[in-house]
Design a protein around this ligand. Structure first.
Ligand code: FAD
Ligand code: SF4
Length: 511
């Protein structure tokens, strides 16, 4: 019985059991579809990186002997939607059964389930064999519990998989070194230059995207294209990360600097999210490197990195599948304001936002703290509708795929889930930004001033936010100290803060 197998653009796992045997009775289909390029305005680098990775993957499988039908974006026979693609292929190939790998996105999951109901042949789904956990694992772990605390899930994962865990105890004696992960970077230690992955000419892909009239955002410079689009490149980047960046990863994980956008971050998210490299391989490589290099790698660096993948990444995926589809509609704080126009241009006088947004437009990347405490923080303080915030995060980063973007944006960053992911909103005044970056040094605004023309907008916005959202947040035990400080402010000070905040919220693009 001939079988059609679908591979989506983020299912490029060369180690999947499907590819361990070449079968004459199986044909794989892959397609660059408008339904995927058009559901959000994506960064141009993201679209190029996905198509480049898909084309490479198809070529490698063909070279291994598999039969792959591949539709490029501009192929006249490309149906551009998933249901049409499958129906067309089943007819052309005369297949009598259909198989697919479980999609990570709810949208595609629903689309495929509906499609399979319409098909008159047997259809079956398979695991992607990528994650440590199943979609349901987090829900099972937290069954009957009100709080879904990441740390509890993470410790279970460390024990279960024996990662940084020996003889019944966490390596180093402590589970979590987060408190040591908060140094400001002041120019040293030097940041090693990480090699750009070698790549062939991506010009033809770029031209096809441009000629198709696809609406994209951001910039692209093919001479400086840094996304890893093959498993080999991802492995090389991982090796380089271990050798050059891991020694300081944890220390400067939360730091931000105008001269060094990437600091000691790995930039492995794109490769992992399209499954070119598995989280297991990344985690185990880092763990082994740590054990083999006790003189140069402290446990806090290795643990800080492994926590992001074994903990946060798997946890976010579990939250997504536990809470969807309602999660995508949550708006606990009832925020309704539009996203400032400068999010699409970087044109603002607020230096922290200018740096983080300009970098995002140039590189399709910003690291976690820039996403959380600069762009996310400002959007929350100005009470932007989480739908608009989601659209921006879903498009601008090369690693943005809804299963990981949504819980990070809507949950962790915007508190729109009312506290499922984070126990309190991640908001701050200028203090935090000044402490962790050099952004304030070259800013027209003064981080010490609370009101007046020169005052940093984050300051008035911060107190105004606490005041505006007290009905939803006052009873939160983790917000108690902030509310006690708010309540100590006299009326005239609060009036001035609220007046300035109202002016910023009414016209954020003027600041
Ligand atoms: P590193 O700092 O080197 O971390 C290593 C790896 O850990 C990352 O590659 C990533 O796979 C994983 N990781 C780290 N933090 C998280 C996290 N909070 N959730 C899940 N995985 C994590 N990550 C995405 O992959 N896609 C997104 O769309 C995305 N959107 C985000 C939106 C917001 C508002 C925030 C605050 C965070 C978001 N993140 C997202 C998480 C994180 O910012 C990125 O994974 C990270 O910046 C990727 O760069 P890196 O590979 O250099 O990461
Ligand atoms: Fe950002 Fe305020 Fe610092 Fe300027 S002063 S960089 S706006 S935190």
């Amino acid at each position: 019985m001939k079988t059609l197998r679908l591979l989506l653009g983020d299912q490029l796992n060369p180690q999947h059991s499907w590819f361990q045997t070449v079968r004459e009775d199986v044909v794989y289909v892959m397609a660059e579809m408008r339904q995927e390029t058009d559901y959000a305005p994506h960064h141009i680098q993201k679209v190029v990186a996905f198509f480049a990775a898909m084309r490479h993957f198809a070529k490698e499988r063909i070279a291994d002997g598999h039969r792959v039908r591949y539709y490029e974006l501009t192929d006249p026979e490309n149906p551009q939607t998933l249901p049409e693609l499958i129906k067309q292929m089943l007819g052309e190939e005369g297949c009598e059964s259909f198989e697919y790998l479980l999609p990570d996105e709810y949208r595609l999951d629903q689309q495929l389930k509906t499609l399979c109901q319409d098909l008159e042949i047997p259809a079956r789904s398979y695991d992607t064999e990528h994650f440590y956990t199943t979609r349901e694992a987090l829900a099972v772990h937290f069954e009957g519990k009100k709080q879904l605390v990441m740390e509890s899930f993470y410790r279970m994962m460390r024990k279960k998989h024996g990662i940084l865990y020996k003889d019944g105890a966490p390596t180093g004696g402590t589970w979590n070194y987060d408190a040591q992960n908060r140094k400001k970077w002041k120019g040293s230690p030097a940041i090693p230059v990480v090699t750009q992955p070698h790549q062939e000419d991506l010009g033809p892909i770029l031209r096809q995207i441009q000629e198709s009239g696809i609406r994209t955002i951001g910039q692209i410079d093919l001479q400086n294209f840094h996304w890893t689009i093959t498993t080999g490149e991802a492995r090389a980047l991982l090796a380089e990360f271990c050798e050059r960046l891991l020694p300081y990863f944890g220390d400067y994980q939360d730091a931000m600097h105008t001269d060094e956008k990437n600091l000691f971050h790995s930039r492995l998210s794109f490769a992992m999210n399209c499954k070119l490299i598995s989280p297991r391989e990344v985690v185990e490589t880092v763990e082994t490197y740590y054990y083999n290099h006790p003189d140069t790698i402290h446990i806090s660096q290795a643990e800080g990195f492994i926590r992001q993948i074994l903990g946060w990444r798997e946890y976010m995926r579990g939250i997504y599948w536990k809470e969807m589809p309602a999660y995508a509609r949550g708006n606990y704080l009832e925020n309704k304001n539009p996203l400032p126009a400068f999010y699409w241009t970087g044109q603002t006088q607020m230096n922290c936002l200018k740096q983080a947004i300009t970098q995002s437009l140039e590189d399709a990347h910003a690291h976690h703290i820039q996403r959380l405490m600069i762009t996310g923080n400002f959007a929350l303080l100005t009470q932007v509708d989480p739908d608009a915030v989601d659209q921006w995060y879903l498009g601008i980063y090369a690693d943005a795929i809804e299963w990981v973007q949504l819980p990070n944006t809507r949950g962790m960053s915007q508190f729109a889930d009312g506290g499922i992911v984070g126990t309190k909103p991640y908001v701050s005044s200028a203090n935090y930004i000044r402490k962790m970056s050099n952004y304030c040094e070259a800013c027209v605004y003064n981080p010490d001033h609370k009101t007046g023309e020169s005052a940093c907008p984050f300051n008035a916005l911060y107190w105004n936010f606490l005041d505006a959202k007290k009905d939803q947040l006052r009873a939160n035990p983790r917000m108690g100290m902030m509310y006690r400080l708010l309540e100590k402010k006299d009326k005239s000070e609060m009036d001035a803060l609220k007046e300035r905040a109202a002016a910023i919220i009414a016209n954020p693009d003027a600041f």
